[in-house]
Design a binder for this molecule. Structure first.
Ligand code: ATP
Ligand code: MG
Length: 136
């Protein structure tokens, strides 16, 4: 059964800085995702705090928000059948050292904090995150 979904993906500063933007986009395209919207932006620390507010009680929250606002990022809406789960699978585990072979984080991630990509983790959060970056 078809279940076309949209999910929010971010290519994080560590990957943009290393020139991996096109390589990572090609991973999405070759795995059947359509990139329906995209923009390269730099967000402020307070925008990052707003975006990651689900993590505000975590010990790594401040570093995480400083990091996401430290340089340019590429935010994209990805569309595919079951896009949310499919993207989480393609990204791999949060810690690149624990990510499966062939996943984006295994290929490009440097560490648990510099793990190259973000992806929405549920239908509800995908809607919130898409609206956060693409309000129009
Ligand atoms: P993301 O939300 O970026 O797609 P995720 O859903 O795999 O990643 P979360 O638990 O939502 O993981 O954590 C958000 C981000 O916070 C992670 O991508 C990672 O960069 C950072 N993070 C998570 N756990 C830790 C940790 N123990 N130490 C440092 N940073 C962490
Ligand atoms: Mg998450």
């Amino acid at each position: 059964m078809s279940n076309l979904e949209k999910t929010l993906s971010i290519i994080k500063p560590d990957a943009v800085e290393r020139g991996l933007e096109n390589e990572i986009k090609n991973q999405f395209l070759s795995n059947g995702f359509e990139i329906t919207n995209e923009k390269k932006i730099k967000i402020s620390k307070s925008e990052a705090e707003d975006f990651y507010k689900v993590h505000q009680t975590k010990p790594f929250y401040n570093d995480l928000c400083s990091y996401l606002s430290s340089g340019p990022i590429v935010v994209m809406i990805l569309e595919k059948n079951n896009a949310i789960l499919a993207n989480r699978k393609l990204m791999g585990a949060t810690d690149p050292n624990k990510a499966e072979e062939g996943t984006i984080r295994k290929k490009y991630g440097l560490s648990i904090d510099k793990n190259s990509v973000h992806g929405s983790d549920s239908l509800e959060n995908a809607k919130i995150e898409i609206n956060f970056f693409f309000k129009d």
